[in-house]
Design a protein around this ligand. Structure first.
Ligand SMILES: Cc1cc2nc3c(=O)[nH]c(=O)nc-3n(C[C@H](O)[C@H](O)[C@H](O)COP(=O)(O)O)c2cc1C
Length: 220
């Protein structure tokens, strides 16, 4: 028997897509307070909570973030935005996503909030640091807070998108926001009320491609 509110919660998860076209309208203080409170309840390794967020609302700082973001976005678009060989439908979807990305780069300074997610490696439990591959476990102490934040935005009717391109400009972002030397950046989340309907269905792999029962070759 699902708990009360379960159906609404699942619907939020199913429609939590990247929303990049956002209005400049301000976010009421009480709305933001609920989002931040939801965010702080995220888990982290050993409950060390080695993440922080700088909530950037000052126009000149948002403009600078937009300036830093734009060339990285354009390079990303040039590298991954090729629609040759895609079906008509996939090409149309790709063009929509790319155009919304360009819109966001050009309008980031107008969005009411850009949340810059920071972390301190000393406060992360990195249990895979000794493996001969890229280490990912540290991120597990940061991104649950990001997901809480984004789901809370969704619940409040706000659009947002997880972005990481600004990490290419970490030193400039740190200087701009007075982030201490031993803290680093993991993401930036532009937030605002959607221009259009915002959220909607997402396209993801089916359950039997993602989950296995007991052994890898046994799809659920
Ligand atoms: C780790 C990570 C990094 C991402 N970085 C960016 C980014 O820098 N810019 C951007 O526009 N979207 C970024 N995204 C959003 C993804 O492009 C988006 O979630 C994905 O294409 C699925 O889109 P959908 O949720 O709308 O279906 C990022 C998402 C994740 C999870």
């Amino acid at each position: 028997m699902p708990t009360q509110g379960a159906e609404a919660f699942y619907e939020f998860l199913r429609t939590q897509r990247a929303v990049r076209r956002l209005r400049p309208d301000p976010i009421p203080d009480e709305v933001l307070a609920r989002i931040l409170d939801a965010t702080r309840h995220a888990p982290s390794g050993g409950n060390r909570q080695g993440w922080r967020m700088v909530l950037v609302t000052e126009p000149t700082k948002k403009a600078r973030l937009g300036e830093l973001y734009t060339p990285s976005w354009e390079a990303y678009r040039a590298q991954y935005g090729n629609i040759d060989g895609l079906s008509h439908e996939d090409a149309a979807r790709m063009v929509r996503v790319l155009d919304s990305g360009s819109y966001m780069a050009a309008h980031m300074h107008e969005y009411p909030l850009v949340a810059v997610v920071c972390f301190n490696p000393k406060h992360l439990a990195v249990t895979d640091a000794g493996q001969d591959r890229v280490s990912v476990v540290g991120g597990g102490s940061i991104y649950p807070a990001v997901q809480n934040f984004m789901l809370a935005c969704r619940v409040e009717g706000l659009g947002c998108v997880l972005t990481t391109l600004l990490c290419e400009h970490e030193q400039e972002v740190k200087a701009l926001l007075s982030i201490p030397e031993d803290w680093y950046t993991a993401a930036a989340i532009p937030v605002g009320y959607p221009v259009g309907k915002g959220y909607g269905p997402v396209s993801r792999l089916p359950v039997d491609k993602l989950f296995f029962e007991n052994v890898w070759e046994n799809p659920v």
